[in-house]
Design a protein around this ligand. Structure first.
Ligand SMILES: Nc1ncnc2c1ncn2[C@@H]1O[C@H](COP(=O)(O)OP(=O)(O)OP(=O)(O)O)[C@@H](O)[C@H]1O
Length: 289
């Protein structure tokens, strides 16, 4: 995954970067009777990588989904570039300059790798792929530019050779690169990454870290991730959730030394051990492989 450290090329200036701040304030989310988030606040500052961590069920994905409009909070305030958003809609994200990758890869199986990435580039296309999908008249030039932009992103992420393949036929780490190319090709001001390192080898994870650091000059990043070494290496700020509440926030060093964080993760580990012990007991003491 060598070229991963050189993300999709961008000609744009940093004009919009200083205002590319995402503020989520006093966010509450309830699913039926479950309070998934209680009064959580998080600001992704321009040009920073903001990590969101916490034990299983802490509310990370829920807050991520609030940021990309998939979950509507019952109360709270969301402001993007200083402008209050009454409702963030997933369909409007790209035009707002926000791109995301979700858990898993979420590529369209019936489209080639190149077509999947072209979908991500539509922010810059006056006409083109979407028109084509809708069978509308399109300009050959726009279509060609879109294709070139998508191809460039794939090449720069080391996935150019897979352009004509279908996602299902590719190894998982390659699919993840394609998903990242699709997010970066729109040259977003904010990149939302939900567990981008899952399924990657140590080396690939390291290169992903380099990639994330290399894009922050041009965009802000919100990173939900379980791999602590990656989070500690690439994040400028970290917010820690536990049971739907914010328990810590600060620099990686501050968060690492916060007793509340250690306790939350320790509790999680103890719970996991207890579950394993219970299971072993229930299975007549047979140890797990
Ligand atoms: N759609 C839903 N309906 C009901 N409860 C939900 C829903 N989504 C999440 N929850 C609950 O909200 C809480 C927070 O879940 P969430 O998935 O946001 O946590 P997480 O920190 O991302 O966990 P993990 O690290 O395991 O992915 C959990 O108690 C979860 O069971």
């Amino acid at each position: 995954m060598g070229p991963l450290a050189q993300p999709a090329g961008s000609q744009r200036t940093n004009d919009s970067t200083p205002t590319s701040r995402l503020e989520m304030t006093g966010i509450n989310v309830a699913f039926g009777g479950v309070l998934a988030l209680t009064d959580v606040s998080l600001t992704v500052e321009p040009g920073q990588v903001h990590g969101l961590i916490g034990p299983n069920g802490a509310g990370k994905t829920t807050l991520f989904n609030v940021a990309c409009g998939l979950v509507r909070p019952s109360s709270g305030r969301i402001a993007w570039r200083g402008e209050e958003m009454r409702r963030l809609k997933p369909s409007k994200l790209t035009s707002l300059g926000i791109a995301r990758t979700l858990q898993g890869v979420g590529l369209f199986p019936g489209m080639t790798v190149l077509e999947n990435v072209m979908i991500g580039a539509h922010r810059h296309a006056r006409a083109g792929f979407f028109s084509a999908l809708l069978a509308l008249p399109t300009s050959d030039k726009d279509e060609r530019l879109l294709r070139e932009r998508a191809m460039r992103a794939l090449v720069e992420l080391g996935a150019g050779e897979y352009a004509g393949r279908y996602p299902g036929s590719l190894p998982y780490p390659v699919q993840k690169r394609v998903a990242l190319a699709r997010a970066l090709v729109s040259e977003p001001d904010l990149l939302l990454l939900d567990e981008p390192a899952s399924g990657l080898s140590e080396d690939e994870m390291h290169e992903l870290g380099d990639l994330i650091r290399s894009v922050v000059g041009r965009m802000s990043v919100l990173l939900v991730e379980h791999h602590m070494d990656l989070v500690m290496r690439v994040c400028d700020r970290i917010t820690v959730l536990d049971s739907g509440k914010q328990i810590a926030a600060g620099t990686p060093a501050e968060v690492q030394n916060d007793p509340a964080v250690t306790e939350a993760y320790l509790g999680d580990a103890v719970d996991a051990d207890a579950d394993a012990a219970e299971l072993t007991h229930a299975e007549g003491g047979r140890p797990h492989a």
